[in-house]
Every structure is written in C-alpha cells, then in structure tokens.
Design a protein around this ligand. Structure first.
Ligand SMILES: *Cc1c(COP(=O)(O)O)cnc(C)c1O
Length: 360
C-alpha cells in the first residue's frame, strides 16, 4: 500500500527521509555491526548518539545558559504528577490555567499533590478561547504556574507567552514543541512527550531552568527526580535509546529544513489554508476563536453531522486517514505537525471542497 497522509494527533506522522534513514541503519548502525536498539546505553556509540541529539536540539531551540535538556520516560502524563513533586519545593499551592482537555487532566493529577488554584478557565466558553491574562487570578503562594501551550484535543494554542513575573512558568508543549521558535528564558520548565511532533513514543523531553532542579519531594522516585537525572546526564537508568536516536534524526531533519522559523512559517501556511476553507461557506465550522486557533491541531465539524461517517469513509478512500476528533469533543481534527507535507494539506483541502460541493 502507498503511504497515506496521516492526520493522527499522536503517535503521528514522521518525516519520510527520517524513516528511510532508520531503515537504512536499522540492522547495522554505521558499520558497527549492530542496531542502535542493541547498544549498551553506557557505551561510546550510544553516548555519542544521545549527546549529538541533545546538542542539535540545543542549537535548534537556542537553549540559553542555566538551562538543561533532560530525556525522560513516562510521557507527558507522568509529568502531570512529576511537576508538583519536583517543583513545589516545600510550597503547598500551584497555579494552573485551564484551556482544554489536557490542562484539565494536568489539574486533576496535580490536585493529588497540592492545592491547585485554577487561575483562569476557558471552560465557561467551551474552551473556544484562551482567557486573557487580565482575567487570571494568580495565587501569591504558588510555587509555579502551569499552562498547556497547545491543547491537542480542543485545537486551542497560546500565541503569546504569558508574563507572570518571578514565579516559574511551566508549559506542557507536547503538541507544539519545535513547531515555532521558543523564548526559553521565559520558562522555568518546558516538557513534551515525543510522539506528537518529535519522534517515536517512550521519550519525554524537558527543558529545565537548572536552579529548579534538586528540590524534589523525598518520596519522588530517583528516576523521576529532575536533579538526579540532570546530574546523570539523563542516564541514571536506561533511557529510551531508540527513541532518542530517532528524535536526533528528526532534529537534524528540522535543521536541514531551516530550523524552527521555517517550521513556524510552514505551520502557519498549512493551517491557514485549512482554516480559510473551514470559514468559507458554512458547510464546515470551527468553534475556536480565530486568535486562539492552533496551527498544529485543526479541529472542525460538519454543520450537518449526519454526514460524519461518510466524510471519514471518503477521506480514507482518498488516502487521508485518522481525521476523527478526540472522543471528548467529537467532530474532526487534522493534526498538521512538522512532518505533514504541504501536499498533504492541499490534498485534504481539495477533498473537503469536493465533498462540500457534492453534499452541500
Ligand atoms: C498527548 C498529550 C499528552 C499526553 O501524553 P502522553 O505521552 O500520552 O502521556 C499530554 N499533554 C498534551 C498537550 C498532549 O498532546
């Protein structure tokens, strides 16, 4: 079967040149006579692979002095608990901004560890906008303030980094990490699981302000203690070796494409084409306010929902797969991460125009 355009939210589409490279190197990595997945993680070849991946990432993002990149396990949902365990540092409260499904999950988990102050919520408007900062009610005792930079399920994205003064800003960037330049110095911690926009699952990337490491709650497992992992170059235990290797190839690929500025330009162009079509004519609709729309997860619905199944079937027939929206919100979602070629978006737009023409 030919490759399809895969609009899944994650695990998601990978750049084809990276897959080709992995296939080429799978059994015999660069003449070493073994696969990366067979290498001891402490041996020179893998240590070099991980160091090179980290260096390329640092270069791509522009990691300033005083920040550390960590490669961890457990996905972003593990971080929902690990953020309070590591960052409360004796305090009892934290601020969370609720902008959709994933921030809701983060809040629920954080409540097991601390007093959560929901500083603002988009809930009353059905998560169709990001509450403006003028409406946030921050807790003076909060150890940190948590945001979800892109709501993968609701299609809502922060387009400005909030300014909250000296309290560390923590961002779940799982679905928009590496899709645009990041001003790292504005954050205390950025975390992202890999399987949306970076690479295979099993890897979670953290960018941590160094001074925040080392104060974890005493019951925090060592493998999940930011300070312990920072001291051990993320190799306190066996890291996700194969995922780190593939992520490193993706970082190289992004660099070849022109880096994060090029990723941002492409994501604006790709999502813009789709939103323009959705807003045109009333056959499709997007519930999200235009200034809060995600460039990477475009959520939409058919005005006539009785056509939903037909839409998915015909899309699949045209080689456009995994367009079904998350079950929490229904409708459709086209995830347009870095690896989605513009041709994929053009094919989707043409299909949607044609579908609207036939059933509208
Ligand atoms: C997918 C996703 C998660 C969950 O990630 P896991 O790796 O499955 O734990 C959390 N936050 C956001 C924003 C996501 O998109």
């Amino acid at each position: 079967m030919a490759r399809v355009y895969n609009f899944a939210a994650g695990p998601a589409m990978m750049p084809e040149p990276v897959l080709a490279r992995v296939r080429e190197e799978l059994v015999d990595w660069r003449g070493h006579g073994l696969s990366v997945m067979e290498m001891p993680f402490t041996g020179p070849p893998f240590v070099d692979i991980a160091a090179a991946a980290r260096r390329t990432l640092e270069e791509l993002v522009g990691i300033p002095p005083g920040y550390r990149v960590l490669f961890m396990h457990g996905g972003a949902m593990a971080q929902f608990g690990l953020v309070p365990l590591n960052l409360l540092r004796g305090r009892e409260a934290a601020d969370y901004v609720e902008t959709g499904y994933w921030s809701g999950r983060a809040i629920k988990e954080a409540r097991r560890y601390c007093r959560v102050n929901v500083a603002a919520s988009g809930g009353p408007c059905g998560f169709s906008r990001i509450p403006p900062q003028s409406e946030w009610r921050l807790d003076a005792d909060a150890a940190y303030c948590h945001i979800t930079a892109n709501e993968t399920v609701n299609g809502v994205e922060f387009h400005e980094t909030p300014d909250i003064g000296n309290v560390p800003l923590v961002a779940d960037m799982t679905s928009n990490f590496l899709s645009r330049p990041i001003d790292v110095a504005r954050f205390g911690l950025i975390y992202a699981s890999a399987q949306k926009n970076v690479g295979p699952t099993g890897l979670t990337i953290l960018v941590l302000r160094e001074e925040l490491a080392g104060g974890a709650h005493p019951l925090t497992p060592n493998v999940f203690d930011y300070g312990v992992q920072a001291e051990n170059e993320s190799m306190y235990n066996t890291p996700a070796t194969f995922s780190i290797y593939v992520a490193g190839l993706v970082f190289e690929w992004i660099k070849e494409q022109g880096g994060l500025v090029a990723m941002e330009v492409a994501s604006k162009r790709k999502s813009g084409k789709l939103y323009d079509l959705i807003d045109d004519g009333g056959f499709y609709r997007c519930p999200v306010a235009s200034e809060a729309r995600s460039r990477v997860n475009v959520c939409f619905a058919l005005a006539d929902t009785s056509l939903d199944d037909r839409f998915l079937d015909e899309a699949r027939g045209a080689g456009l797969v995994n367009l079904k929206g998350h079950k929490a919100v229904g409708g459709f979602r086209a995830s347009l991460y870095n690896a989605m070629p513009e041709q994929g978006v053009d094919t989707l737009v043409d299909f949607m125009k044609d579908f609207a023409g036939r059933y509208g």
